[in-house]
Write a protein that binds this ligand. Structure first.
Ligand code: NAP
Ligand code: ZN
Ligand code: ZN
Length: 375
């Protein structure tokens, strides 16, 4: 039955209020308006940032449909959409690409001026100030320009990247976690051949950073994490050793500096804690170490550092979505399909939408790597 132009009733996981389990509900998804795209979601990963939004570390309005790491198929398009057509396989983009701002016109940044998260609180609404989702007569907010914990979503046409039609379900990870970690190594840190790296936080982003460091030719990659059961997978993906801060009675940056003749060349923070961000900087070599912050801290958190840490030549950087623009994703997907890297190792659990709260529990316990909802 053709659904174009009609309201679609489908299942979605709604966060009615902060820090509570999601609730599976029937929702109505309105047709896309001008310059909007309605997408049937195929699979969606559960990212640390979804947990952070649920717990209000990332500011968002409630009730909301979370989820931002997905792959799907275009169901229908609104007037004026030229970038995709019904039937196209797509990755929704939580970092828009408007095509006309300073970032979109240059190569140096992916932070499009339409990226609300970078410039303040998210509205959770489409450009016309309304939502496309309704449940029990109430409008439900969008999240991160994407909202993928639903069978159907609507996004702006600047928040969608067309990818290869053969891309399998694991490619949802390229919609956030994989691109974020991998890109942090190859685009932001610019890890060099033969270098020494440390990756803090062995979740989906951290594992992807390890893959990026390996592909960039690092000769030593130290995974730093508190769950030893994840070490075999980290080693399989490219870590050369893994250490647990809890095993030492001195600060872990001192341990790493001793292990590496004064510090690593590159450290990538993927745990989302200000302590690990500082540790990442402190464990880099004083002369030219580069620390990259990926983890999202709460709005109240601050980093307090002595300028002396930087004056000898260290740098502290950060990136969102690994510095990638939506237009970079087709190539990243092809690289995966041509076996440049293996995303399948990163998927620790596949669940139906009805069991999404189990995925949040796995994420909170730190035991899984990446759970994906398969629709
Ligand atoms: P995740 O799966 O929850 O992974 C975070 C990991 O950090 C946990 O698995 C935990 O595992 C580890 N951790 C916690 N405390 C630690 C500590 N004290 N020392 C070392 N490791 C610690 O989340 P994720 O999806 O990988 O995301 C990681 C962070 O990146 C989150 O803050 C998320 O919001 C952020 N993020 C940022 C971007 C971006 O564009 N910049 C994109 C996606 C996500 P172990 O203890 O086993 O290591
Ligand atoms: Zn732009
Ligand atoms: Zn994410």
């Amino acid at each position: 039955m053709c659904t174009t132009g009609k309201v679609i009733k489908c299942k979605a996981a709604i966060a009615w209020e902060p820090s509570k389990p999601l609730s599976i509900e029937e929702i109505e998804v309105a047709p896309p308006k001008a310059h909007e795209v309605r997408i049937k979601i195929i699979s969606s990963g559960i990212c640390g940032s979804d947990k952070s939004a649920l717990n209000q570390i990332i500011q968002t309005n409630f009730p909301v449909i979370l989820g931002h790491e997905a792959i799907g198929v275009v169901e229908s398009i609104g007037a004026g959409v030229t970038v995709v057509k019904p039937g196209d396989k797509v990755i929704p983009l939580f970092v828009p690409q408007c095509g006309s701002c300073r970032a979109c016109n240059g190569r140096q940044s992916n932070i499009c001026k339409k990226f609300e998260f970078a410039f303040g609180a998210q509205s959770g609404l489409m450009d016309d100030g309304t939502s496309r989702f309704t449940c029990k007569g109430k409008p439900i907010y969008h999240y991160a320009s994407t909202s993928t914990f639903t069978e159907y979503t609507v996004v702006s046409d600047i928040c969608v990247a067309k990818v290869d039609d053969r891309a399998p379900i694991e490619v949802c990870l390229i919609g956030c976690g994989f691109a974020t970690g991998y890109g942090a190594a190859v685009n932001t840190a610019m890890v060099t051949k033969g270098s020494t790296c440390a990756v803090f936080g062995l979740g989906g982003v951290g594992f992807s950073a390890i893959v990026g460091c390996k592909d960039a030719g690092a000769s030593r990659i130290i995974g730093v994490g508190t769950h030893k059961d994840k070490y075999p997978k980290a080693l399989q993906l490219g870590a050369t050793e893994c250490i647990n801060p809890k095993d030492y009675d001195k600060p872990i940056h001192e341990v790493i500096c001793e292990m590496t003749n004064g510090g690593v060349d590159f450290a990538i923070e993927c745990a989302g804690r200000t302590e690990t961000m500082m540790t990442a900087l402190q464990c880099t070599y004083c002369g030219n170490g580069v620390a990259v912050v990926l983890g999202v801290a709460s709005p109240k958190d601050t980093l307090c550092l002595h300028p002396g840490l930087l004056i000898t030549g260290r740098s502290l950087k950060g990136s969102i979505f690994g510095g990638y623009k939506g237009s970079d994703l087709p190539k990243l997907v092809l690289d995966y399909m041509n076996k440049k890297f293996n995303l399948d190792h990163m998927v620790s659990t596949k669940l139906p939408l009805e069991r999404i709260n189990e995925a949040f529990e796995l994420l909170s316990s730190g035991t899984g790597v990446r759970s994906i909802v398969v629709y």
